[in-house]
Design a protein around this ligand. Structure first.
Ligand SMILES: Nc1ncnc2c1ncn2[C@@H]1O[C@H](COP(=O)(O)O)[C@@H](OP(=O)(O)O)[C@H]1O
Ligand SMILES: [Mg+2]
Ligand SMILES: [Mg+2]
Ligand SMILES: [Mg+2]
Length: 344
């Protein structure tokens, strides 16, 4: 008899893998050398992105060897640059959770710098609508990461095209869900007492949770919910810091149509999804700046599930994002249509 998968093991591995990878990125965040390279599309990648991707894929391969993986980065630059490869390899070896049972769940060590490259390139699946596929964004918001702003380590499991598990590690957000949304990084990001931000997660049909990121095992979690929003004009909306990623002019026009007077909170990465899911903000608007840009699955899969499980609704359709509480989603879409329609 077939049993229904509750995704308990997948969630546990995903949480620990993201927590460990976030630890690696945090050490790079605080270091002067970030080993930044420009990719063919002129966007940046750092030793933190490569290292985090290697650590997450290593854990997935040991626990779920038959699953496919779609990840943002590839090892080509590390194959061509020995010094960079050694730096990433050093980071990967050092990144360990202090709880040995947690490390045991994640599986054995990456054996060599060479095998690390092959592991990074295991994330080259084409994806698709069938089967079990993990989506990894080892650092989402790399520009924020380099600027000293928000970023997120993102992992999601899709089964037959449906997101079942989503995890976001946001080391620069406050641990507390009740802190109001603000620009810049939270005080908890200072690394005092081993605290370093928040880990969000969701399993389809089981709600969304947050917990403090920890350097050992998993901290206690609690449920999160979007904030009820009765009067949309009182909404706080968030958007990208990067004007090249989302049209800030269109967002301002939409906000004004909705009667929103508070200025937008600009924040990099899927930290925006986590922030509205925990009720720190209300809306997330991402509006296309270029007709030909296609949104990437790893930029949205985890955050999208976390918002929906926290009681929100999202709309993506490859062109931008509108995430809002269910009750007001229709209203926001109407304003988006009006503003974008006027531009046609
Ligand atoms: N023209 C564009 N429109 C929308 N998103 C874009 C874009 N160019 C790059 N991006 C994506 O924007 C992501 C960051 O989003 P945000 O602005 O919300 O922080 C980047 O993720 P990475 O940083 O992982 O590369 C990248 O995939
Ligand atoms: Mg990138
Ligand atoms: Mg990204
Ligand atoms: Mg990225």
């Amino acid at each position: 008899m077939a049993t229904t998968n509750t995704y308990d093991h997948e969630l546990n591995v995903a949480l620990l893998a993201v927590q460990r990878a976030t630890l690696l990125t945090k050490s790079v965040f605080h270091s002067h050398t970030k080993g930044t390279l420009n990719k063919s599309d002129a966007s940046p990648v750092t030793i933190g992105d490569f290292g985090a991707q290697a650590l997450i894929i290593a854990a997935l391969q040991l626990n779920f060897p038959d699953d496919e993986i779609v990840a943002e980065e590839e090892a080509k630059d590390l194959r061509e640059n020995g010094q960079l490869r050694e730096t990433v390899w050093d980071l990967v070896q050092k990144a360990k959770l202090s709880d040995s049972s947690a490390e045991k769940v994640l599986g054995g060590e990456v054996k060599s710098a060479e095998s690390m490259l092959d592991i990074i390139d295991k994330g080259a699946s084409q994806g698709g609508a069938k089967g079990r596929i993990w989506a990894i964004d080892p650092i989402d918001g790399t520009k924020g990461f380099l600027r000293g702003g928000q970023y997120a380590v993102c992992l999601a499991l899709m089964v037959d095209g449906d997101v079942k598990v989503g995890v976001l590690g946001c080391p620069n957000l406050p641990v507390s869900d009740s802190e109001p949304l603000k620009e810049g990084i939270g005080a908890d990001a200072s690394d005092e007492e081993g605290k370093f931000g928040v880990l969000f997660s969701a399993v389809q049909g089981k709600g969304a949770q947050s917990r403090a990121l920890s350097k050992s095992g998993l901290a206690e979690s609690h449920d999160i919910k979007m904030k009820p929003l009765t009067n949309i004009s009182e909404a706080t909306f968030c958007e990208s810091v990067e004007a090249g990623h989302s049209s800030q002019g269109d967002a301002a026009a939409i906000a004004s149509k909705l009667g929103i007077t508070k200025p937008s909170v600009r924040m990099d990465s899927q930290a925006k999804y986590g922030s509205i899911a925990r009720g720190a903000g209300d809306l997330y608007l991402r509006l296309p700046v270029r007709k030909d840009y296609v949104e990437k699955i790893w930029d949205h899969a985890a955050g999208d599930l976390i918002v929906r499980e926290a009681g929100g609704r999202t709309l993506k359709e490859n062109k931008g994002v509108v995430a809002a509480p269910k009750d007001v989603h229709g209203k926001v879409i109407e304003a988006v249509r009006e503003v974008l329609g006027e531009k046609e």
